[in-house]
Design a protein around this ligand. Sequence first.
Ligand code: 2M8
Length: 430
Amino acid sequence: MTDLRDAAIRVLIGNARGLSTVPASRLYPHQWSWDSAFIALGLRHLSPHRAQLELEALLGAQWADGRIPHIVFDPATPADAYFPGPDFWQPHRRHDRVATSGIIQPPVHALAAWETFLADPAHARRRSFLDRLYPRLQAWHRYLLNDRDLGGGGLAATVHPWESGMDNSPAWDAPLARITPVPADAYRRRDLDHAGADQRPTDDDYGRYVRLAADYRDRGYADDAAAFGFAIEDPLTNALLAVAEHAMAAIAKEVDADPQPHLERAAAVTDALTTRLWDPQAGIFLARDLVGSDTIGHHTVAGLAPLAVPGLPVADRLVATLRSDRFGLGRVAMVPSYDLTAAEYSGTRYWRGPSWFNTSWIIWRGLREHSHLRDADRLRDSMLDTVATAGFREYVDPLSGRGLGADDFSWTAALTLDLLAEQSPEGSRC
Ligand code: 2M8
């Protein structure tokens, strides 16, 4: 285990760029939003100070409307190292201090801030870490729950597959089919320089991602519900928002603010999740397509993520789904991103089946939250065994355990550190 810890530390040091960390040095050479939150959750075991700086660097790029951009571009990296780069997003329209993208990612940040604080409260207090972050995190959640409540049901909408974090999920196939792709010869994909085309999204889907991003940019990143060709209420984003509001209640107490509004918002999002996205027959949460006005019948790990929400009324039913042949808990490597029994399942293609460390970690937290401790320990062991065999890969094939995607992937290393540190359910929780 010491070897694994040392190896994880080496990955994080290798991927550090000044005050922030890139997800993978070649494929993703900038700072990504939810990656940095997971990275801070690992770094706090190594250097709480460095974990604070990671989050501060990201929040330093927050827009005036409260959104935290999904990429903060590293000025030292050539503009064409990743597509779409800073020139594509033209963020100077809304934000002129640092170059960023204009879309968002799931809100893991308040949880990461709270747990980073807990790693060394005295040091964090000396730096006024939470006093400075609290108003920014409040603005971020306000943006999500006001500007992004496009369906009017109390949930934040995701307006691009990249915002979901699970970009190539089969759940997005039908809503994306309505979008006309930008032709492949109109831009140059950089991801295929570093990853096999058989593991990445198809050119048609990439063209649709580019179309959606360009349309949003050309509308000045205005969140006008009627204008979006793609708008989804996703259970992963909203589960993380409920978890984040619980973390905000803990942060509020620490900074002498009122925790009550945060607890009320956490309860409201939890209610909205269960009334709008829960499928009792299938025993899983589904994404809701706001343009097509219906839930999307694909069973993905996003639909299991509400397990991490404290007080979720259907937690035991979700655990039964996790153990079923669809997700094979205890019988496959970590937690697959997609239903193992579905026709569209692929063990190798990005977000269409492979197991990822961050989503498996969310499920591990959920199992502990709802006192399924034996399942939680087995999942933790499976994650550590997988990483010990496959290395710190971006994702793995659930059935063979083969490592896939980028090598030396930061959140895999960071969350390995977290799993190694968190021996008991009484560890640092909000
Ligand atoms: C992947 O997404 C980026 C776009 O944001 C890409 O495919 O180029 C996803 O796995 C996402 O969840 C992750 O944050 C990002 C960087 O690791 O890569």
